[in-house]
Design a protein around this ligand. Structure first.
Ligand SMILES: Cc1cc2nc3c(=O)[nH]c(=O)nc-3n(C[C@H](O)[C@H](O)[C@H](O)COP(=O)(O)O)c2cc1C
Length: 310
């Protein structure tokens, strides 16, 4: 039997390969389309989309750190109407599935955005960002298993689209939230969003990024943390996991699959190497051929151990 590079994230969302680009680091895919660098990608996960257009926070809102970056963009996006009409129409012609990342200030906003996107041909799936550290109240859903489950159940009622839930690592036990959203009807989870961080300007005696000074840390600095989190989730969930965090090479991506990721997303690395995701996808496929794998699952070493759920 030949190697099957596809990945099934549930409810009909089948990616041509596991390697996608992470929300907020790849826009809505149009720049990549112009550069011809969509070909070979497994999925595009869009910028977080809200009901109304948002300008985001005032600059500075990104800053480099020793092994990554901090951001406090604050969900700049054109609003769901533009995404569900003009943008979705363009995605219809693409081979690469586009998963729209969704954010909201409250449950009602999430539900309305998802409902609007459900009617839009061209949208392959939804990724609920219940974990944005850069808007007020944005973290509440992701840190509370009960509220997270309620939100997922409410969204599930208004859409038949594949539903991914993006988890925050800024919690004591991410598996509790993971299990709650799994039980509430999520088809897959994405893990992880950024870690809360801060950078200080010593001359100015204040945080570099405005507001509370808190921002989201991403990039190589978080890779071991994210790997550990994916491993923990793999041991307690039965649904697919999309691994994210500091992935910048095919080796990184393959390591996430060993730890239990079914698919992966590349974020920060897009900023310094546009086109990296396509390269990583190609190299992963070469690796699979060289190793004689039958499917990506052959790489996995960690399996669910929660016997009460099997
Ligand atoms: C500038 C920037 C903007 C981001 N915007 C979003 C967003 O709108 N929604 C979301 O779910 N995640 C967002 N993220 C988080 C990334 O999708 C990803 O989870 C995180 O950066 C970790 O992956 P990485 O280390 O490969 O960057 C953003 C990250 C960055 C760096």
């Amino acid at each position: 039997m030949g190697f099957d590079p596809r990945v099934d994230l549930g409810r009909g969302l089948v990616l041509p390969n596991p390697i996608g680009t992470a929300s907020g680091t790849f826009g809505y895919g149009f720049e990549a389309e112009e550069m011809g660098s969509l070909i070979g990608l497994g999925a595009v996960y869009t910028k977080g989309t809200t009901l109304h257009p948002r300008q985001g926070n005032s600059p500075p809102r990104i800053s480099e750190t020793r092994a990554g970056m901090l951001n406090s963009i604050g969900l700049q996006n054109p609003g769901v109407d533009v995404v569900a009409t003009a943008y979705a129409r363009r995605w219809l012609d693409w081979r690469v599935p586009v998963v729209v990342n969704v954010a909201g200030a409250d449950q009602d906003e999430y539900v309305r955005v998802c409902e609007r996107l459900s009617g839009a041909a061209g949208v392959a799936g939804l990724e609920l960002n219940i974990s944005c550290p850069n808007i007020s109240h944005g973290l509440d859903f992701g840190t509370d298993p009960g509220r997270a489950a309620q939100l997922v159940a409410a969204v599930r009622r208004v859409t038949e689209l594949p539903l991914l839930v993006k988890l925050t690592p800024n919690v004591t036990d991410i598996t509790e939230v993971g299990r709650a959203v799994q039980d509430a009807g999520a088809d897959a989870v994405s893990a992880v969003n950024t870690y809360v961080g801060m950078k200080i300007s010593l001359p100015e005696r204040r945080p570099v990024l405005r507001g509370l000074g808190l921002a989201g840390l991403s990039g190589p600095a978080i890779k071991p943390l994210a790997l550990a989190t994916v491993g923990r989730l793999r041991r307690s969930l039965l649904i697919p996991i999309v691994g994210i965090g500091g992935i910048a090479s095919s080796r990184d991506a393959l390591e996430f699959m060993v730890a239990g990721a079914d698919a992966i997303q590349i974020g920060t690395a897009n900023f310094y190497r546009p086109g990296i995701a396509v390269e990583v996808a190609r190299e992963c496929l070469e690796f699979a051929a060289g190793e004689g794998l039958a499917g990506w699952g052959d790489l996995r070493q960690l399996e669910p151990v929660d016997s009460s759920r099997s």
